[in-house]
Write a protein that binds this ligand. Structure first.
Ligand code: HEC
Ligand code: HEC
Length: 348
């Protein structure tokens, strides 16, 4: 709620600047920032090498699912763009949900998680999927903890990461470890970052023009800050009705933040998603209904700004968005602790 107020104040401030300024000042008004090379961690879960190691193993372990087939990485592939390039993700028994998986890359730079922002932190988010019946399908976390305790190697990994705890294998510690790992999933040093850090040759002419257009037409009013996500502020979507796009992409079926709060004022509000690595994460929008980047740029202009962009503007913005693809820290598939000579009675 607070963040919504902040952003509308911010939009007013930016509009005031726009009224008075020339094109070059638009770029200043957009407040271009490079992505930090470290993600902030909360005071009660400082990032340590032991937690990151455990968190990565948990992230890749399909035994956290009822069927033994689905891991976090199944829907958030960190060997690629951090999601699954599908409109709806497939969980246990091939069940498909109604929302598209957002990328986990740079999710550390959002104040809220999920399209409707129902999780206030990565720690809270990480507790959800394991017992979600259409994602990983476990009945409850007690069963998950029992399973983890029965896998030789896990208790030791938890003890190393949470040495002060008497009972280190727990839901909360699993979530903390996963969140610590996710805070390492950041992609600084994109061409855009190099440009705003002073290397004026890092972007092409077209990308620079796209960057200006992105600010001039109003995209940067919402997609602001280093992750282009207004730090996870909520905005109405769609802002402007358009019956053709509506019929085609069915963007008003999901009530967004209202689903989480049941407050009428939250109907059709969604978290502003990051545009970092956006070229890698099609299909787009909460329901994955738009399959290409140029198309989603047109849809955004129509639905969020009530304007139509010229072909050239779309192309320029697309080129600019491509410059937001960053440097991906190398991921090595972890060895998972084994259960020599045994297995679990996985659900068929
Ligand atoms: C079956 C596919 C699936 C699995 C498995 C899965 N997720 Fe997700 N994840 C999704 C979908 C879909 C969403 C968006 C749901 C929504 O917004 O309501 C999501 C949202 C998220 C988000 C929020 C990102 C953002 O920008 O809002 C994070 C972080 C995340 N998942 C991490 C995880 C972790 C950690 C695990 C394993 C414990 C996991 N996911 C397992 C599909 C999956
Ligand atoms: C009024 C705020 C606002 C404005 C202005 C705005 N956006 Fe968005 N943008 C959003 C929200 C909210 C979403 C999430 C929509 C949803 O629920 O699917 C979004 C989604 C997107 C996505 C899809 C992200 C994903 O992961 O699927 C792209 C790409 C995008 N916007 C680009 C742009 C561009 C380019 C412009 C300017 C032409 C723009 N936006 C203007 C708020 C805005």
């Amino acid at each position: 709620m607070k963040s919504r107020k902040n952003i509308s104040t911010r939009i007013k401030a930016i509009s005031a600047v726009l009224l008075m300024s020339s094109v070059t000042q638009y770029v200043i008004a957009a407040d271009w920032q490079a992505l930090p090379t470290k993600a902030p961690a909360p005071a009660d879960n400082p990032t340590t090498a032991e937690k990151v190691k455990l968190g990565q193993i948990l992230f890749f372990d399909p035994r956290l699912s009822s069927t033994g087939t689905v891991s976090c990485n199944s829907c958030h592939n960190v060997m690629a763009g951090g999601e699954d390039n599908r409109a709806g993700s497939a969980g246990v028994h091939g069940q498909v949900g109604g929302r598209s998986a957002p990328t986990v890359w740079n999710s550390a730079f959002s104040a809220v998680q999920f399209w409707d922002g129902r999780a206030p932190s990565l720690e809270e988010q990480a507790k959800g999927p394991v017992t979600n019946p259409i994602e990983m399908g476990m009945e409850n976390w007690d069963d998950v903890v029992k399973r983890l305790k029965a896998i030789p190697g896990y208790p030791e990994l938890f003890s190393a990461a949470f040495s002060a705890d008497n009972s280190p294998v727990s839901r909360d510690n699993a979530a903390k470890a996963i969140a610590a790992y996710e805070r390492t999933l950041i992609t600084p040093n994109s061409a855009y970052d190099q440009y705003v850090s002073g290397d004026k040759s890092a972007l092409t002419e077209q990308q620079i023009s796209g960057m200006k257009t992105f600010a001039e037409v109003g995209c940067a009013n919402c997609h602001s800050g280093p992750a282009f996500n207004a730090n996870g502020a909520f905005m109405k979507f769609p802002m402007h009705g358009n019956s053709m796009f509506e019929a085609k992409y069915k963007m008003s079926q999901d009530e967004g933040r209202f689903e989480a709060t049941k407050l009428d004022a939250d109907k059709h509000f969604f978290k502003v998603p990051t545009l970092r690595n956006i070229a890698l994460t099609a299909p787009y929008l909460h329901n994955g209904s738009v399959t290409s980047l140029p198309r989603v740029i047109q849809v955004m202009a129509k639905m969020q700004l009530g304007s139509s962009l010229k072909q050239q503007q779309v192309k320029d913005i697309e080129a600019f968005l491509e410059s937001l693809t960053g440097e991906f820290p190398k991921q090595t598939m972890p060895r998972l602790p084994a259960t020599p000579g045994k297995t679990f009675p996985f659900v068929k």
